[in-house]
Design a protein around this ligand. Structure first.
Ligand code: DC
Length: 231
């Protein structure tokens, strides 16, 4: 097991599918001048790679072998971490129907979680980051004082996915994500809960900024520095 010691600031934004966490995390990162990292994208990139190689989500041994031989990198571009698989930017494949269908099953596997956790720590090495996911505050960065859990009613979340025109069985993914043995989706005890069902992204970001300030993050300084360097 690797041990990690990072001086970077990590803001953890966890929550279920279509809760609004991507929009919130991306906007927050931009406002603070932090790097935006979508941990789900790494699980999706791995799932896409396995599908490409016709490896089933139940073939643990073949998955392990595939993970040993693939070059998986998080590359920061335009203040966002992009996932590069064997030199291919996986972005355009991450929301394929087949990836939506298989990603929760792939993300159950301890070896997969271990690799994603390592990649996330690599991303936070030398960068202040806003990371969205399921277990960022509870497992991957348990020591960060900046933890948020973003939720919305199941009806609102289903409507959001439908409006995005995606076929994504979020009820099934929710069940898989909450009930898996390793790092299930759970609100960390010290995470601040925000229900986004009835509020805008801007309102959620404002609420988080206030909370961060109360938690000791020097928001004013960060914004001043970003203005000074022209972000
Ligand atoms: O955030 P998303 O819907 O793109 O995530 C896709 C899947 O990845 C999700 O169903 C479960 C998994 N995931 C995870 O297990 N842990 C994370 N920190 C992020 C995502």
């Amino acid at each position: 097991m690797r041990s990690y010691a990072s001086q970077s600031r990590v803001i953890a934004i966890d929550g279920p599918a279509a809760s609004g966490k991507s929009s919130v995390a991306r906007k927050l990162a931009r406002q603070l001048g932090f790097i935006y990292v979508n941990s789900g994208a790494i699980y999706r990139a791995i799932t896409w790679h396995l599908l490409q190689n016709r490896i089933g989500s139940d073939e643990e041994e073949r998955i392990s072998e595939a993970l040993d031989s693939v070059a998986l990198a998080c590359v920061v571009r335009d203040s966002e971490a992009r996932i590069v698989v064997d030199d291919v930017d996986a972005a355009e494949h991450l929301r394929d129907d087949r990836v939506n269908e298989c990603v929760s099953r792939v993300s159950k596997l301890p070896r997969v979680r271990e690799i994603v956790s390592e990649k996330l720590h690599d991303c936070a090495e030398g960068h202040d980051v806003v990371i969205e996911g399921r277990d960022i505050g509870s497992v991957v960065f348990p020591d960060t004082p900046y933890k948020f859990y973003i939720d919305a009613s199941p009806e609102v979340r289903l409507q959001r996915r439908a409006a995005q025109g995606e076929r994504d069985e979020i009820t099934i993914r929710d069940h898989d994500d909450v009930s898996r043995a390793v790092s299930p989706l759970v609100k960390a005890k010290d995470a601040h809960l925000i229900d986004t069902s009835q509020v805008t992204v801007e309102q959620v970001v404002t609420q988080i900024m206030l909370r961060l300030e109360q938690a000791g993050l020097p928001i004013g300084d960060v914004q001043m520095i970003n203005r000074a360097i022209g972000e």
